[in-house]
Write a protein that binds this ligand. Structure first.
Ligand code: AMP
Ligand code: MG
Length: 404
C-alpha cells in the first residue's frame, strides 16, 4: 500500500506533465465573479494607496509640536471632510477640523481624536492630549506605491483581495477557466434524493458532496447520474465521463464481487497509477489517466469519498488551475485525549478542535465509521493520526485539517 504522500506525488506529477500552459486558459470575469477563482495576472496598484495623506480619525489636524503642553488652545481655520479637502494651511497655533478619510491639510502632521478635545467657540478648540508626529493619519502610499505588485498570479481570490481589486479599478479580472469534472455515483442500491428507498436501498449522497467539493475547489461539476453495478452500464457512463478534464467515479472500487469500476477502466484504456493508499478511510482510492483526462475511483462510503477527494482530487484541480498553493492547510493542535494509531494506515478521523489560551486543542469526535455522516457533521476538523504502532498521548502535538 502506498503512503498518502507518495500517492499525492504521483497525482501532482501526472497533473504537471499534462498541464500545458494553454490548458485552462485565462478568462476575464466580472469582479464579483472572481471570488474564490485563481488569479491569472499580476495586479499592480494603479495609484499610491492611500492617494493622499489622510486622516484615520475624526478630530483636528494639528502640528504635533503645538501639543507639548496640554491642555492648549488652537485656532480652527477650516474643515476638511471626506471628498472635500480644506484649502487651508495649518501653521503653528492653528488646526483644521477633519473627518476620517479626509485629506490632511498642508502643514498638519498629526490628527487628534475629537474625544480628546473640547470645542470652546466655533473658531477655537481646546486640545486635551498630546500627539506624536503622524499619529491619527496615514501618509500617501503607506499601503502601496503606484505600480507596486499587490496581488500575484496564482492566488486564490479571497475577500480582502476582492476589495483590493475594486480599490485599484479592476472591474474585470483574469482568472483560470474552470476544468469540467464528470461525476458518476455507482451502486445498485442507490436511489435519487427525491425517491423513497425500498428495503436495501439508500439515497445517493456522494454526487452532492462531490459536486460541492468540485465547486469549492474551483471547477465545474457535470453530473452523469448513477451507474449500476454491471459492465454495460458502467462502460456507457465511464466512456462519457472520459470526455471531460477529470472523471470521478464513486463506489465500486473495493474487493466486492460487484466492484467493477477498475475492470471497466482497464477495458477503456485508463492507465491506473495506483489503486490502494495506506489511509483510513479511503484505502481503495484509484488514480489514473487516459489521454488528457485524469481519472479517480473513490471509495463509496460517504466519508471516504470526501476525505479522498480532499487529499487527492482537490490538489489536482488547484494544480490545473495554476494555483500557487495546492496543498490543504495543515495546522498543529494539542491533543486533549489519547488517540490510537494504526501501524498499517495513516488515519484521518473526525475531530473537535477549539482555540483556547493561544493554541488549538483537539480530540477525536465520536463516530461510527466511514459511513457516519451524522458523526462527521458534529465534528469540525479531521485529525491526522500517523501510521505507526501505539498511541498518540494526551498533550502530544497532532496535525489536523480544518473543515468548513
Ligand atoms: P462501495 O465502495 O461501492 O463498496 O460502497 C461502499 C459503501 O458506500 C456502501 O455501503 C454503499 O452503499 C455506500 N455508497 C456507495 N455509493 C454511495 C453514494 N453515492 N451515496 C451514499 N452512499 C454510497
Ligand atoms: Mg458499490
Amino acid at each position: 500500500m502506498l503512503p498518502i504522500e507518495s500517492g499525492l506525488e504521483i497525482v501532482m506529477s501526472t497533473a504537471a506533465a499534462k498541464n500545458r500552459p494553454d490548458r485552462m486558459p485565462a478568462e476575464a470575469v466580472a469582479l464579483l465573479d472572481s471570488m474564490h477563482r485563481i488569479l491569472r495576472e499580476d495586479v499592480l496598484s494603479d495609484e499610491d494607496s492611500p492617494r493622499f495623506d489622510k486622516a484615520i480619525r475624526d478630530g483636528f489636524a494639528v502640528r504635533f509640536e503645538d501639543l507639548q503642553q496640554v491642555p492648549t488652545e488652537l485656532v480652527v481655520v477650516g474643515e476638511s471632510r471626506a471628498g472635500a479637502a480644506a484649502d487651508v494651511h495649518v501653521d503653528r497655533g492653528r488646526c483644521c477640523e477633519i473627518m476620517t478619510g479626509a485629506p490632511l491639510p498642508v502643514g498638519a502632521n498629526a490628527v487628534v481624536m475629537v474625544e480628546h478635545t473640547e470645542r470652546i467657540t466655533p473658531g477655537k478648540v481646546r486640545i486635551l492630549k498630546t500627539a506624536r508626529e503622524n499619529e491619527g493619519l496615514l501618509r500617501r502610499g503607506a499601503e502601496a506605491r503606484k505600480g507596486e505588485r499587490i496581488l500575484s498570479s496564482g492566488k486564490r481570490i479571497g475577500l480582502a483581495d476582492l476589495g483590493l481589486l475594486a480599490g485599484t479599478g479592476k472591474s474585470k479580472v483574469l482568472v483560470s477557466s474552470k476544468p469540467c469534472v464528470a461525476v458518476i455515483a455507482t451502486g445498485d442500491e442507490l436511489v435519487d434524493v427525491d425517491d423513497t428507498p425500498q428495503p436495501g436501498q439508500i439515497r445517493n449522497s456522494n454526487t452532492y458532496t462531490i459536486c460541492a467539493q468540485v465547486r469549492d475547489a474551483g471547477a465545474e461539476p457535470v453530473v452523469l447520474g448513477i451507474g449500476r453495478d454491471n459492465l454495460e452500464d458502467l462502460r456507457k457512463k465511464i466512456e462519457q465521463g472520459l470526455r471531460h478534464d477529470i472523471l470521478i467515479v464513486s463506489g465500486g472500487v473495493s474487493m466486492g464481487k460487484y466492484d467493477l469500476v477498475e475492470k471497466v477502466f482497464a477495458e477503456l484504456g485508463v492507465e491506473v497509477l495506483f489503486d490502494k493508499i495506506a489511509m483510513k478511510p479511503g484505502k481503495p482510492t484509484v488514480f489514473g489517466h487516459r489521454g488528457e483526462t485524469f481519472v479517480f475511483g473513490l471509495p463509496g462510503n460517504p466519508i471516504s469519498t470526501m476525505v479522498s477527494f480532499h487529499v487527492f482530487v482537490r490538489p489536482l484541480i488547484l494544480s490545473l488551475l495554476k494555483a500557487a498553493d495546492t496543498k490543504p492547510e495543515i495546522l498543529d493542535a494539542k491533543l486533549e485525549a489519547p488517540a490510537k494509531c494504526d501501524p498499517e494506515r495513516a488515519a484521518l478521523v473526525p475531530a473537535l478542535v477549539r482555540f483556547d489560551a493561544g493554541q488549538y486543542r483537539i480530540r477525536t469526535a465520536p463516530w461510527k465509521g466511514s459511513s457516519d455522516l451524522a458523526g462527521l457533521a458534529r465534528a469540525n476538523a479531521l485529525i491526522m493520526i500517523p501510521r505507526r504502532e501505539g498511541n498518540l498521548e494526551a498533550g502530544d502535538t497532532a496535525q489536523f485539517l480544518l473543515m468548513e
